[in-house]
Ligand binder design. Structure first.
Ligand SMILES: [Ca+2]
Ligand SMILES: [Ca+2]
Ligand SMILES: [Ca+2]
Length: 409
């Protein structure tokens, strides 16, 4: 959408200029616009009739919340993502204050649609008296829509109330290594955040790195039931030993040391909450930082996640019930609380290794040794920080210039 709007804007600027310098600019227009569409990988241009249709997507709330708050059932300020089944093209839209989003210039097809409207804590305070930030309106019962000339231009999508994301989300992954320190990579970490307004405990939760396999035509990301892994650690504790308070971050470092001593552009992780200490590895065990309990890791001397591409999940599957299958372990998708994938090229979703049911997209696009990090976006910051979790890292994450262990940028 954004690109199309840019091109539209360019066209209008150019058409003004054309009036001034007719022939030369007309040649420029004809040669450059199709070229830029190719470069930007924009889809085939729809036929003239299709292009003319302006569709109105109308989100209608069945929960009564919008009626209570705004006197209308239409869902304002909702984010809609639609993806063509045939072409894979994605569009992102936001509904206006009337609960309507419009789109034109698209090809007739079935589209997968995800519409989300997070309720703000202040809105929930009015509705239920509690200012919680984990409730959303979503299109639970209507996931596929058809854009076609015969179906007319108004598309109504029902929206239901749903409990939002996991109480604990992956809030940041820092993996690429710092600049100016050669091949230094030991400063990786994953950060978690308590989204809720009550204390949650991480005791016994499992953190796994997703194992990829493209060999022999097998893609584990297609397994509908399990995430395949060869790298499992779990949080220590017996149930209520390790609380995360509302709005608190915790940092799990590959190595909880002050990396700045070795790599000046790196970070001090000596005050991390946990470290992935590998008992038979070569890492330093900081006695002041509790260790994640090692379950299994097939190789490497430190807890290792890909510098440019990888996927991490947080699961509440008890570690003693994780099934083994050959040299892999299987974590039930049902037990996954949150999962995030990052790719060297985040547009190459065909290379995903994590099931789209956990993460429909991917963040990333970060080069090795640039010190950049991947941070979950904020949905609201007041009265407290609520992070966006639509189970789609393409839209849920931003790339930030420097890691922010234990805080938000
Ligand atoms: Ca330690
Ligand atoms: Ca999620
Ligand atoms: Ca952070």
């Amino acid at each position: 959408m954004f690109l199309c709007e840019r091109i539209k804007a360019m066209k209008s600027i150019i058409s003004n200029l054309v009036n001034k310098y007719r022939i030369h600019l007309l040649v420029f227009f004809i040669s450059v616009i199709p070229l830029s569409c190719n470069i930007l990988n924009i889809d085939k241009i729809p036929s003239a009739t299709e292009r003319d249709i302006k569709y109105k997507i109308i989100l209608k709330d069945n929960s009564g919340y919008m009626m209570t708050l705004y006197g209308s059932n239409l869902v304002r300020n909702a984010e809609i993502m639609i993806k063509s089944k045939m072409q894979g093209t994605e569009y992102q839209l936001t509904t206006d204050s009337n609960g309507v989003a419009t789109i034109s210039g698209i090809i007739s097809d079935d589209y997968l649609v995800t519409a989300n409207r997070w309720m703000l804590p202040a809105e929930m305070k009015i509705i239920s008296g509690a200012s919680r930030g984990d409730i959303k309106l979503t299109n639970t019962n209507s996931r596929i829509i058809t854009f076609s000339q015969k179906n007319g231009s108004d598309i109504v999508i029902p929206m239901e109330m749903a409990l939002g994301s996991s109480p604990i989300v992956i809030s940041e992954i820092y993996a690429c290594g710092p600049p100016g320190a050669g091949l230094y990579y030991q400063d990786k970490y994953v950060e978690f955040y308590n989204q809720t307004d009550s204390v949650v405990y991480v005791d016994g939760l499992v953190v796994s790195v997703v194992f990829a396999n493209y060999y022999l035509g097998i893609r584990y990301s297609d397994d509908p039931d399990y995430v395949h892994t060869k790298n499992i650690y779990k949080f220590p504790g017996r149930g209520k030993d390790y609380p995360i308070h509302p709005g608190q971050f915790i940092v799990c470092a590959a190595e909880a040391i002050n990396h700045k001593l070795v790599a000046p552009n790196s970070i001090d992780l000596s005050h991390s909450d946990f470290e992935f200490y590998k008992p038979d590895g070569t890492g330093i065990d900081n006695p002041n930082v509790p260790n994640m309990i090692y379950i299994y890791q097939d190789s490497g001397n430190l807890w290792l996640i890909g510098g440019q591409g990888c996927a991490i999940i947080l699961s509440n599957c008890p570690s003693d019930s994780i099934k083994q299958s050959g040299d892999q372990f299987l974590i039930p998708i049902k037990s996954v609380m949150d999962g995030v994938e990052y790719l060297q090229d985040p547009t190459r979703l065909d290379l995903k290794i994590l099931s789209p049911s956990i993460d429909a997209g991917a963040t990333g696009g970060i080069q090795f040794y640039t010190g950049k990090s991947m941070e979950r976006k904020a949905l609201s910051t007041s009265p407290r920080l609520i992070l966006k979790d639509d189970d789609n890292s393409t839209v849920d994450f931003d790339i930030i210039a420097h890691p922010t262990p234990g805080k938000y940028h």
